[in-house]
Design a protein around this ligand. Structure first.
Ligand code: DX5
Ligand code: ZN
Length: 223
């Protein structure tokens, strides 16, 4: 992957929610390409997080795309609400969705970008019949549900495989990774073919602050 084209997507899951607007503005100023918003329902993943009202508030404080990662059962029920709140794109999981094609088409009908997310144990091959319909693929590099987990190195061959699959269909399709991305793991995933990096704790949990963390991550990718 050409390093200059790598995009950074700070995940607000690790942000300080008492000053969320400020944290997102800092990320924007520091060169974030999009803001990654993790939605969890306590069913699809063993954790709960936030809902559409937060997206609505964030829409007022940033011009960046708000990428909405739906870690929820029955995502179709919530697409309208998040769209009205200001979500720019949706990432929906392959796992647990027996009507993924319908979900993808619904998102497209809402005129939003759509991506399919794969958990670490899910093979790249499940993308074969859906890849041509999506704008991006999200390879989870941890099991979803929590920030600050350790990067799972066995996902690297899958990232390479997905990059090959995208090249085969010759479509403009982002390959994003999510979980355990920091200055050490970022070069590995970029080398494997990722062009969008989600990072939560590495950006919002850095003692030096958001701007310094973003700079460090960007430098690690550019090295
Ligand atoms: C995990 C979420 C991630 C999370 C990543 O289920 O999907 O977006 O915020 O956090 P870090 O970067 O700390 O692993
Ligand atoms: Zn996420």
């Amino acid at each position: 992957m050409h390093k200059g084209t790598v995009k950074l997507a700070p995940s607000i899951l690790s942000a300080d929610f008492a000053c969320l607007g400020k944290q997102v503005s800092e990320a924007q100023e520091a060169g974030a390409d999009r803001i990654h918003v993790d939605i969890m329902d306590g069913h699809f993943v063993p954790n709960i997080s936030i809902g559409a009202p937060i997206v609505q508030s964030l829409r007022q404080v940033t011009r960046l795309p708000l990428e909405t990662h739906l870690m929820i059962s029955d995502p179709d029920f919530f697409l309208d609400e998040f769209t009205e709140a200001g979500s720019s794109s949706f990432l929906v999981h392959w796992e647990g969705n027996s009507n993924l094609h319908r979900t993808v088409q619904r998102i497209k009908a809402l005129d939003r970008r759509v991506g399919v997310a794969l958990n670490p144990a899910t093979p790249a091959t499940v993308l074969e019949e859906i890849l041509q319909d999506v704008d991006q693929v999200l390879v989870m590099t941890v099991n979803p549900g929590f920030g600050h987990q350790r990067f799972i190195h066995t996902t690297l061959p899958k990232i390479r495989r997905v990059r090959e699959m995208i090249a085969e269909i010759k479509r403009d399709c982002d390959l994003e990774v999510d979980g355990g991305i920091d200055a050490t793991t970022a070069p590995l995933v970029v080398d494997a073919g990722a062009n969008v990096l989600v990072a939560g704790s590495a950006i919002f949990g850095d003692r030096e602050g958001v701007a310094a963390a973003m700079k460090g991550l960007r430098a690690a990718v550019d090295k």
